[in-house]
Design a protein around this ligand. Structure first.
Ligand SMILES: CC(C)(COP(=O)(O)OP(=O)(O)OC[C@H]1O[C@@H](n2cnc3c(N)ncnc32)[C@H](O)[C@@H]1OP(=O)(O)O)[C@@H](O)C(=O)NCCC(=O)NCCS
Length: 251
């Protein structure tokens, strides 16, 4: 796969230590490598830190009653998203939060933000480049077996999870979950309705344990506009076996 428009951790101040900067660089590079260059996506990543002083007035209501950890993840995401906009040659405009918690991107661009394990990633592209973009980072160990019945359809559990106990099943579960979250971020801003975990089915192309791969989505719910996800393209990779990273684009 061709690399995306670029990856970076030029959030210097978002990376507190050399180790954190190395992790962020690896995550940014992995995400940029997943996204085909034709979609023109700029990727930035950094360690979660306190960047509340960089927030714009329009963004402050989103953290008015937030605890410090939430202020850190929100402010790091906004800082990284603005740096991605700059990389695309766009003004670094405010990104308020909508009532449904989605970021309100400036008219000229769209993007997606994710946080996990103290890391934050932002992906931004020009509005005309895609109909939807979602990215998601998950820590591989977090999607435990008790959650499977809620998060996965019977078909997903039978095909992708049940025959593989242990660490492999855990990573597969994290991948399926992350894919659904990335899809939600790509579809929800345009369709505008909540999409339940049982309304979608992930189909993995190729070996689920390969270092990088692709997935597609089937919509099995009843709200027809959500079928737009069936035209989308999903990409995944593992980073250090600790993280699963997914991206979903609707061309
Ligand atoms: C919105 C959601 C997908 C976020 O995923 P998450 O793993 O909890 O958290 P992440 O750190 O990866 O992503 C959080 C970011 O998602 C973005 N986000 C939140 N709501 C969003 C929405 N409705 N549309 C697009 N992006 C959204 C925000 O940028 C948020 O970060 P911010 O508040 O700092 O700006 C998740 O909380 C959710 O509500 N899931 C339920 C619906 C779902 O996933 N269905 C699956 C079937 S499609």
């Amino acid at each position: 796969m061709a690399a995306g428009t670029g990856a970076g951790t030029d959030v210097g101040r978002a990376c507190d230590s050399g180790e954190a900067r190395g992790d962020a660089q690896a995550l940014a590079a992995a995400l940029a490598a997943l996204l085909p260059a034709r979609f023109g996506v700029a990727v930035t990543a950094g360690a979660m830190a306190d960047h509340r002083d960089t927030l714009r007035p329009e963004e402050l209501p989103a953290i008015a009653r937030a605890v410090d950890r939430r202020v850190h993840e929100f402010s790091t995401g906004r800082l990284l998203a603005r740096q991605a906009m700059i990389r695309l040659g766009m003004p670094d405009a405010p990104i308020p939060r909508a009532a449904d918690r989605s970021p309100v991107w400036p008219a000229a661009c769209q993007g997606s933000i994710t946080h996990a394990g103290g890391h934050v990633l932002a992906a931004v592209t020009r509005r005309e480049s895609l109909c939807g973009l979602g990215v998601d980072l998950e820590e591989a160990h977090r999607v435990t077996a008790e959650l499977h019945a809620k998060l996965f359809t019977p078909t997903e559990r039978a095909r992708l999870l049940d025959p593989a106990p242990g660490a492999t099943a855990t990573r597969r579960a994290a991948l399926l979950f992350s894919a659904k979250e990335a899809v939600y971020k790509a579809v929800h801003p345009s369709v505008g309705v909540f999409i339940g975990f049982q309304e979608v089915e992930v189909a993995i192309a190729g070996d689920i344990d390969a270092p990088a791969g692709a997935f597609s989505m089937r919509y099995v719910g009843t709200h027809a506009p959500n079928r737009i996800m069936e035209t989308g393209l999903g990409y995944f990779c593992s980073v250090d076996t600790r993280y699963v990273l997914t991206a979903f684009v609707i061309p």
